[in-house]
Ligand binder design. Structure first.
Ligand code: COA
Length: 165
């Protein structure tokens, strides 16, 4: 049986950190995961643990942490909805995937958001992350903005840019 509960940074920190290398390397191709990142991530978790506009949850199964959810709220600019909720991070242990834990976590986050008066949940996901994209579609999320990118070529030895294409 899986239950979602607030994260205890001291008890769950290591298990949550263990899920992050794949999460970041999947979503940000070429990302250099290392000790500096872990320090900064841990610092941000400590900050988020203070109960104000963010909340951290874990999914627990037989006493083991098998998933993580980081929810936040933001004051939306250019929107008639002053408060929106945001999924900042969701991850499930590789050996526990496709068992409904990701879905359970996001639904928990949606209830958290509604309880805070947020009429909308927002999130960002990398297009190549097929599992996450499928999960969000399955839960009713749709694309309302594109974030676009264009490689500008590589820097040559002399420091100039070599254009692509
Ligand atoms: C994305 C992630 C959280 C999904 O967690 P999960 O527990 O495996 O997801 P669920 O079992 O709840 O899946 C729910 C639905 O999402 C879809 N889905 C999830 N994983 C999928 C996959 N690999 N391929 C296709 N569809 C998938 C399916 O519709 C699934 O329903 P079904 O199993 O009944 O077909 C997990 O793959 C993960 O931790 N990935 C690495 C971290 C990451 O990239 N997080 C997202 C950051 S934006």
């Amino acid at each position: 049986m899986v239950r979602v509960r607030p994260m205890n940074l001291r008890l769950d920190g290591e298990a949550v950190l263990a899920l992050q290398q794949e999460t970041y390397c999947t979503n940000f191709p070429g990302f250099q995961y290392g000790i500096e990142f872990e320090r900064e991530f841990s610092r941000q978790l400590r900050h988020a643990e203070r109960p104000d506009r963010e909340e951290l949850f874990v999914a627990e199964m037989n006493g083991q942490v098998v998933g993580f959810l980081w929810m936040g709220t933001l004051l939306a600019e250019f929107s008639p909805e002053p408060v929106q909720a945001i999924v900042k991070n969701v991850s499930v242990a590789p050996e526990r995937r496709r068992q409904g834990i990701g879905r359970l976590l996001i639904q928990h986050g949606e209830s958290w958001a509604m309880a805070r008066g947020a009429p909308r949940v927002r999130l960002q996901v990398t297009v190549s992350n097929a599992a996450a994209v499928a999960l969000y579609h399955d839960l009713g999320y749709s694309v309302d903005r594109y974030e676009m990118t264009k490689p500008l070529g590589s820097v040559s030895e002399s420091g100039g840019l070599t254009p692509n294409g």
